[in-house]
Design a protein around this ligand. Sequence first.
Ligand SMILES: [Zn+2]
Length: 346
Amino acid sequence: MKVARYYAPGDIRLEDAPAPQAGPGEVLLRVRNCSTCGTDVKIRHSGHPNMSPPQVMGHEIAGEIAGLGVGVAGWSVGDRVQVIAAIPDGTCEDCRAGRMTVCPHQLSMGYQFPGGFAEYTVVPREVLAVDGLTRIPEHVSFAEASLTEPLACVLNGQELARVGEGDTVVVVGSGPIGCLHVRLARARGAARIILVDVNAERLARAAELVHPDATVVSGEVDPVAAILEATGGRGADVVITAAASGRAQEDGVRMLARRGRLSLFGGLPKDQPMISVDANLVHYRELTLVGVNGSSPAHNKQALELIASGEVPVADLITHHLPLDRVLDGLDIVERGDAIKVTIEP
Ligand SMILES: [Zn+2]
């Protein structure tokens, strides 16, 4: 079979490999869709501390069960399933307290375990142990189901930032994650959603799909002034930075209304992690700054339900369907920002 394997920064190889087999407690998966994300581009250029090269990449995985290892119960060959990306151990103090997204022993598909840029991959027993395999409803396509994982992360972010009824929500960054944030905020009852991006063209394309109530081109106007003006001077209840930009995070603090919440959704480059915040704004206005680290198995199940029910449609966000031998083109397209979402169909 063909796989896309990471060896070192700048060195991802498309190569032939023997098809894997399901060992005891494991499930063999025929991968139907594995979507790409900004993290794959980051890994391509700089690797990742959790990556064990050489390794098959790809973590937004949906497919069909092709084989069952000894001792696997409750699943059949032919079942259509979605796989979690981040795998908590399920047993540590954080996991037992329900904080699976910050499990310090977290492992990941496509990092420590072979991922989904392959015709076949193995669902490890660690995934089954935390209920990380979910049946895809019949009317949901594999491509749509592969967006479950990014939507699950977006859901975790909006739960932590307490996005709800009547909120004015600012989403900074109009890539696939920003688009999912707009749609989820709408589904959660936000009253007004403003989408911000430095790039006017990218912003217009995203806005055409996800229909925010207003847009701000932060490359052309001061986004803080624009948000304050759009909210009658009050500011936003929630600002979500879906961009790897310290400047966007600093601006985000200044866009918030009293009791506002800033979600630092996008991480910063590891050599530039510092930002500058007026702590007195946080103090007197009772602001909350909140992080987010992936999603739990439960978030994945809820995210797939949101897709299946139509509350968060995703099919139209997938702008490119590519075969596995074009995975490097796919990563180029993601990097150039020419796509909303690129999905690979091995
Ligand atoms: Zn844990």
